[in-house]
Every structure is written in C-alpha cells, then in structure tokens.
Design a protein around this ligand. Structure first.
Ligand code: SAM
Length: 393
C-alpha cells in the first residue's frame, strides 16, 4: 500500500518495519473513512436529535457539536484510536530513520543542494514548546552534526500518514496550486517565488516544475528540515534554494517576489505571528504580486458538524492554534496586512496529480465550492487556498 519514497534520501525499512508502517497507514485509512462515517451517522441519529430536543435548535458551531459528542462513546473510541494512530505513525518511522541516520547524514552531505543556514536564528516557541502534531522532538531537534533527521522523520511519517493520497512524492498540494495559478491567471507568470514554512520542500519543488523560468526559494526555521529539503531537491535535480528564516521577519528587501505561497503553515502559527507573516508577505511582494496560502477551510464556510470534525486536531493532536486560525475571517486577515479588500482570492481545487487536466481546469472555472470533501483527507479531497493580490501602482 505505501509506496517507497522515490528519491536518493530514501531509507529502506526492514520487512517487519514495512509491515508495521502498512498497518498504521491502513488503520488511519480505516479511521478517516469507515470510522468517521460511523461517527457521523451516530451524530445524526442520536446526538443531534438529543441536542435539538434539549435546546429547541441545532448546534450553532463546532464547539457545541464537540460538547454534545462528549457523551457519545463512539466519539471517545474514535478519538482514542486516532490519537494512538498518530503516535504510531512516528513509532513506525523513527526507528527506521535512527538505524539509517549516519548513512543518511552522509548521503545528504554528499549532495547538499543549495541551503543557507542561520545558526543565530532563535527557533520560535510555536515549534520548540510542544511536540507539534505529536511528532517527538517537534520540527527542530537534532542528534548528530549536520543532522537531517527532522527532515527524514517528516518525509517518511507523512508517507505513512497520507496513505498515498497526497501525491507520488507527497507533492500534490504544490502541483495543484502551481497549476491553479498557471490555468486561472494565464497572464501572470511569476519569476520569483517564495514558499514560507516549506518543511522538506514537498510543495516547493512543484513551483519550479510548473514555472521553470522562476527562481524558487523555500524558507523555514528548522536547520534539520532545510538540510534535508536541499539534499532532496538536489537528488531530484530541481533548482530550489532553501534558507533558514522566520516568516514573521523575512530577510528579503521590499518587492522581492512575484508570488508568496505557503501550505499547511498558518494553522501552526499563533495569531500574532500569522498577522506578522501577512504583513511581511505584503512587504516582500512586488506590486501586482500574488499571496496564496493552502490551508484548512475557514469555519465560517462549513456546517457545524464539519467544523467540529476538522477541528479535531486542535482539540486532540497538539495543534493549539489550529482552531483559532480556522475561526478567523480570512479576507479581513489579508486586508489588515495591506491587501485591497477587492483583491481577495479563494480557491477549492481537486488534486492535480490525480485528475485529468481538462477536468481540473473545468473545476477551477466553476469557482470555490465548499462541501465535506474540502480539506478532508481521503480519495475525494479537494484542497483549499486563499490570499490576495498586492495593489498595482
Ligand atoms: C505543517 S509544516 C508545513 C508543511 C509544508 N509547507 C508542506 O507543504 O509540506 C509547518 C512548518 O512551519 C515551520 N515554521 C513554524 N513557524 C515558523 C516561522 N515562524 N517561520 C518559518 N517557518 C516556521 C515549521 O518548522 C514547519 O516546518
């Protein structure tokens, strides 16, 4: 079921390790497909009617659904299994990375790619103060000189976590939004592209594939991720530079980029850092440039049950800023950073690498529609993104 990573930093699990990873991936698929459907049925058949009887109305938001679900045994069962499966993702991957670490670090040293580290950078507390989404050591812990283990753990764990639903090289989000920009805005051809919070560059490299004339830069705060990202890009032969930098304080001059992108990044930032990043994105964009963030859809576009369902990670997966972010008014966030209100952009797109191009283009043309596929990992997932154009002079 799990496909091996296809690049030169691949670590090969033993047969037992692979079997364990396959089990965890299948368990996650079972939880997110079968158990999620059963949980929704119980909500509709038991929890909702009980709530309506008590309150004379339906739940108004995700928090009310969450409260009402507390007494439902199936929800507790679902949450317990899902929490444990999340821990098992890392338990199934870390021993494989550990066993291969010296060799992996040597392989990365042999083809380092383009990476500019800043040893003086303080890694922010949103990364260091918790094990983000239950990943032991979070994104930044290092164990050997020139260590790439944070990158290797992330790459291999997402491969198990995503059970083949996020692209061959876990890069479908990048391909989907690079091609969205290519197809939706045919007169816009970015020459300088920034990916903020790029982790290992899964969704950075597709921009270089789609816009081969562009200079593409990925930034992140973790050195161990960036060493891995650069060596991974080098293994693919894709020219992308990686730099260690805080997105809230970008070390680039004003008007440096045509496009500033991020994916799955904002929900891991405290709100004040989201605001600071938006101001920085506005500053480093050229006039007429595009700011685009792939993210979970906003709560104000979802039904109460779907809000609750997608906010599970905030309640139980060590992602404390996730719900606060989804509760924001996204056009207002952009406007507060200086983007004109009438330049707000929003997209819901199918997965580019799983969809025929004509179907993908037709779906883009039909506009942003929200339903229970939006942002929900599975075979039917549609990705969401929002942002804005910077005012032209
Ligand atoms: C969920 S990951 C992003 C995933 C990645 N964009 C992708 O598409 O595969 C969040 C990343 O943000 C980074 N990060 C957190 N706070 C940051 C900050 N203030 N500036 C830059 N990167 C940050 C973390 O180190 C982590 O790599």
């Amino acid at each position: 079921m799990i496909k091996d990573l296809s690049h030169g930093l691949r670590v090969v699990p033993s047969r037992d390790e692979r079997t364990r990873q396959e089990f965890v991936a299948s368990l996650r698929l079972h939880i997110l497909a079968d158990m999620a459907a059963s949980m929704r049925a119980r909500y509709e058949q038991r929890v909702l009617p009980r709530f309506q009887q008590e309150h004379g109305r339906s739940p108004a938001d995700g928090d009310e659904v969450h409260d009402a679900m507390q007494d439902e045994r199936y929800f507790r069962f679902y949450s317990s299994i899902r929490y444990n499966a999340q821990e098992m993702v890392f338990r199934s991957v870390i021993p494989v990375v550990d066993r291969n670490l010296e060799d992996l670090n040597n392989r990365a040293r042999a083809r380092p790619g383009t990476v500019v580290l800043n040893p003086g950078l303080t890694v922010p507390k949103n990364v260091t103060s918790i094990d983000v989404h239950l990943s032991p050591g979070s994104y930044h812990s290092e164990y050997q000189p020139d260590d790439v283990s944070p990158g290797a753990i992330y790459d291999n764990s997402i491969n198990v976590f995503a059970f083949n639903q996020m692209g061959r090289d876990i890069d479908d989000i990048g391909h989907s939004f690079a091609n969205y920009v290519r197809l939706a805005f045919p007169d816009f051809r970015p020459k300088a592209i920034l990916d903020a919070g790029c982790t290992v560059g899964h969704n950075t490299l597709p921009w270089a594939h789609t816009f081969p004339d562009a200079e593409v830069t990925g930034i992140d705060v973790s050195a161990g991720l960036l060493r891995y990202a650069a060596a991974r890009a080098s293994a693919f032969g894709t020219p992308v530079r990686f730099m260690q930098m805080n997105a809230t304080q970008l070390d680039f001059p004003d008007a440096s980029f045509d496009l500033v992108f991020s994916s799955m990044f904002l929900h891991e930032l405290p709100l004040k850092d989201i605001r600071a990043f938006f101001r920085e994105a506005h500053r480093v964009l050229k006039p007429g440039g595009l700011f685009l963030n792939m993210e979970l859809p906003p709560n104000n576009k979802m039904q109460a049950y779907d809000r609750f369902y997608l906010d599970w990670d905030s309640y139980y997966n060590n992602e404390p800023w996730y719900k606060l972010f989804r509760d924001q008014d996204f056009p207002k966030l952009c406007a507060a950073a200086g983007f004109p209100a009438d330049k707000f952009v929003e997209a819901v797109v199918p997965r580019y690498t799983y969809t025929p191009e004509a179907e993908f283009a037709a779906r883009i043309a039909s506009g942003a529609r929200f339903d229970d596929r939006t942002g929900r990992l599975g075979e039917e997932i549609e990705w969401y993104a929002f942002g804005a154009w910077k005012q032209k002079p």
